[in-house]
Design a protein around this ligand. Structure first.
Ligand SMILES: CCCCCCCCCCC/C=C/C(=O)SCCNC(=O)CCNC(=O)[C@H](O)C(C)(C)COP(=O)(O)OP(=O)(O)OC[C@H]1O[C@@H](n2cnc3c(N)ncnc32)[C@H](O)[C@@H]1OP(=O)(O)O
Ligand SMILES: Cc1cc2nc3c(=O)[nH]c(=O)nc-3n(C[C@H](O)[C@H](O)[C@H](O)COP(=O)(O)OP(=O)(O)OC[C@H]3O[C@@H](n4cnc5c(N)ncnc54)[C@H](O)[C@@H]3O)c2cc1C
Length: 684
């Protein structure tokens, strides 16, 4: 370890940190760092997967942060047009620099991109995020050889065009048609109605030259459902839309201001037969259809994206708690004893109760993202060998976790913003961008309620399988085990046991899944058709899916601590954080644990008391816990969350840059105010 800080206060911090040496660290923040009971760098290494990986990440980030070509004024001071243009400019530079820096590894590229884009969207987000993955997953060998080099070398720029104006969730109901014409060996793409216009695809409004378009396939007069097609949208010479194609931007949104989400219509546009992506299903030249080995393989791009979003949410929530915890350490408010300095707001129990559940969740989701990413890779390998057995499991897991984590993540970011009082509302805080960037994750890649219902659908099947005594996949194996009676905790120390806490969430999940299955059965027993019974049982199904995901996260957190090598000090704080995550979850959902008598009032009292006690353990380490996320100021983009804690100086400097401050007297004074105030009527 090296001594890095040459600060004006107390003892220099020994931290293997890559933050630049600040001239002066806010003394309150320094005091927090000095008091921490573990070394945050150790936790950084753990989170990154080892010291080497941390160093590599930091190198990639610095390459972007220190690059003069990637600098620009704060996006908060840009209008939409300028933001879009800036995002495209940067995307082009990023592409060039990735080559120059020889960043060939996917992880390194992503790290570089995320540091270079900071808290804005990436101008080629859909190209890399969905277009390339869709091509990789859905092209056959020959198509891959043709399209991938073009896409990878940015000779074409792509998007993923699935959603329509009238249809987003229910994709079987999409209206865009692709009718095969064997005479010319072409598909004819057509938008039959207004509601069939493709609507929302990112980078489609102004940027993309190509799209993977999801359309209803017809051949030999028969409909075969949704299939992916690669379609050229714009000329590669002058970027004009091609004949028969209508394109545009859908207008400003809640956020994503630099993104050109677009609309797209086809008027009998012809594409070659081989533009249907044919890895899983094919149409022969004479129009014969060959079906895929699994009906839902067309949806695989969405599964991949949902897995990635769990990591994105963990990352955004980590940023939000970093800002809020650091700010809460430097912000002082409300004199308690006359003449004595106002306390740090982080000392208020209510502030801790706002922030620490999300601090714990940020870690829980980070570890969960490791596990689901690992599982995704395993299943992908199985599928590459032609084994589709685990696809349903992966779909249920990724859909549920994407929904569960993004609900909590969105809520957490908003709570963090509120916890910063008025300054949280300023763009200087970073929250408006962070919130609006993360908010649509609850909607895109599958609306959250719908995704939880998909998980519930899978769990209902598993409940039936379990009842029949048949084998279940590992992550739902608990459904085939018997309920364990009552929670055995006799005192507070019992309730700190990770095994006991995990069992409590397991019990709750199993009970709610079985209850939902019974409600479904009794609804169907009353003569209701399946879809009516399903709708009647929505409230049980949603709760069951959510409880299942909650259990999965708690179990993963526990397992991570048990299975990972770490120092005693880090183990100690992660243990407290995990206990807090679980106990707070029980406290917040007390009804579920009391409803069937699994826990009693006395145990709940102990849970609540422990939540209070753990606040102290986390309080002393809170700043170190957020430091361990290791966000540089240039990446956090928040004046409230600055590493040196010099918040007020930073806010004042930032405000001076507001375009309204360019002139001392604004134009509107001469145009409107002066005539008003100097008119005879306005005289007092
Ligand atoms: C922090 C910063 C982040 C910055 C990010 C910047 C970049 C921004 C990028 C944003 C990009 C956004 C892109 C998009 O949004 S693309 C569009 C995404 N759209 C969706 O996700 C649509 C959601 N709808 C669906 O997935 C399906 O229609 C739905 C699953 C809801 C229903 O499908 P369907 O009606 O066909 O299915 P059924 O309900 O009848 O079920 C039939 C069986 O199929 C199983 N199933 C469903 N989906 C899958 C799947 N993906 N894989 C495997 N199996 C699946 C389902 O469980 C049923 O199985 P059983 O019959 O066995 O029960
Ligand atoms: C920022 C952003 C970027 C996007 N980028 C893309 C993109 O690049 N490409 C693309 O193709 N699409 C994109 N989308 C579209 C996105 O995928 C859809 O908006 C999303 O899938 C939700 O579908 P929807 O809008 O039809 O919602 P709806 O389904 O209309 O949802 C509205 C309400 O109906 C409820 N509901 C719907 N169906 C059911 C059901 N079966 N049971 C119970 N409740 C139900 C939902 O829970 C919700 O409360 C993007 C969207 C956003 C916001």
């Amino acid at each position: 370890m090296i001594v890095l800080f040459n600060c004006t206060c107390a003892v220099p911090t020994t931290m293997d940190s890559f933050h630049p040496v600040p001239v002066k660290v806010n003394p309150d923040l320094q005091k927090e760092r000095d008091a921490a009971l573990f070394n945050p760098v150790e936790l950084t290494y753990l989170k990154d997967g080892g010291k080497d990986k941390t160093e590599r990440r930091r190198r990639c980030e610095l390459l972007a942060i220190n690059d003069p070509d990637l600098q620009h004024k704060d996006i908060s001071f840009m209008a939409r047009n300028e933001r879009y243009s800036n995002a495209v400019r940067k995307a082009v530079i990023i592409a060039r620099k990735i080559k120059e820096h020889r960043l060939t590894n996917m992880e390194e590229k992503q790290l570089y991109i995320s540091a270079a884009t900071q808290y804005d969207t990436y101008g080629f987000g859909l190209h890399y995020g969905m277009f390339l993955p869709a091509l990789s997953a859905q092209c056959d060998e020959e198509q891959r050889n043709y399209w991938l080099p073009l896409a990878e070398n940015l000779k074409i720029l792509g998007t993923y065009a699935q959603t329509e104006l009238g249809h987003g969730t229910f994709i079987r109901g999409l209206e865009t048609t692709a009718i095969y014409d064997p005479k010319t060996e072409e598909f004819v793409l057509h938008t039959p109605t207004l509601s069939a216009l493709k609507w929302w695809p990112g980078n489609m409004g102004k940027t993309a030259t190509h799209a993977v378009v999801l359309a209803q396939l017809y051949t030999n007069g028969k409909s075969y459902g949704l299939h992916p097609f690669i379609v050229q949208l714009r000329s590669l010479e002058n970027h004009q839309p091609l004949p028969g194609i209508t394109l545009g931007d859908i207008g400003p949104k809640l956020g994503f201001h630099s993104f050109d989400n677009g609309f797209l219509g086809f008027d009998h546009v012809r594409i070659p037969r081989r533009n249907m992506l044919m890895k899983y299903s094919q149409v022969s030249p004479d129009g014969f259809y060959i079906k895929p080995i699994h009906a839902k393989l067309t949806y695989s791009t969405m599964v991949e994206a949902r897995v990635t979003l769990v990591s994105d949410i963990a990352y955004s929530l980590s940023q939000a708690v970093t800002i809020a915890v650091r700010y809460s350490a430097v912000r002082r408010q409300t004199e308690q004893i006359k003449g004595v300095k106002e306390p740090q707001i982080l000392d208020y129990r209510t502030q801790q109760l706002k922030l620490f559940p999300y601090l714990a969740a940020a870690y829980a989701f980070t570890f969960t993202s490791f596990v689901i990413t690992g599982r995704y890779i395993e299943v992908q390998n199985e599928m590459n060998d032609g084994n589709m057995e685990s696809l349903s499991e992966l779909h249920a897991l990724s859909a549920g976790l994407k929904a569960f984590t993004s609900y909590v993540g969105n809520e957490g970011i908003e709570v963090c913003r509120l916890s910063c009082g008025g300054h949280g509302y300023s763009q200087a805080s970073g929250f408006p961008e962070l919130y609006t960037l993360t908010a649509p994750i609850s909607t895109f890649e599958g609306e959250n309620t719908v995704m939880l219902l998909q998980t519930a659908r899978y769990l209902m099947k598993c409940a039936t399988t379990a009842k029949r005594g048949l084998e279940l996949p590992r992550f739902v194996l608990y459904l085939s085990q018997r309920q364990k009676g009552q929670c055995p905790a006799r005192n507070e120390s019992d309730l700190l046991d990770h095994g006991l806490l995990s069992d409590a969430f397991e019990h709750r999940a199993r009970r709610l899944v079985i209850e939902a299955a019974q409600k479904m059965q009794s609804n169907i027993g009353k003569g209701n058709p399946q879809h009516v019974a399903w709708n009647n049982c929505h409230m049980y199904l949603l709760k069951a899916a959510s409880a299942h995901c909650h259990f999965y996260v708690v179990q993963t957190f526990v397992k991570y601590i048990n299975d990972t090598e770490m120092s005693d000090a880090v183990r100690d704080i992660l243990t407290s954080l995990c206990q807090f995550y679980a106990l707070h979850g029980i406290w917040q959902n007390a009804g579920d644990f009391l409803q069937d008598g699994y826990m009693n009032g006395n145990q709940l009292d102990m849970v609540q008391s422990l939540v209070g006690k753990l606040l102290d353990k986390i309080r002393i380490n809170a700043v170190a816990l957020v430091d361990a996320f290791d966000f540089r100021d240039e990446i956090l983009c928040s004046k409230l969350g600055k590493y040196d804690g010099n918040v007020y100086e930073a806010m004042y400097e930032w405000a001076k840059n507001s375009p309204l401050n360019k002139t001392e007297v604004h134009d509107s004074y001469n145009k409107y105010l002066r005539p008003l105030m100097q008119s005879s009527k306005a005289k007092l």
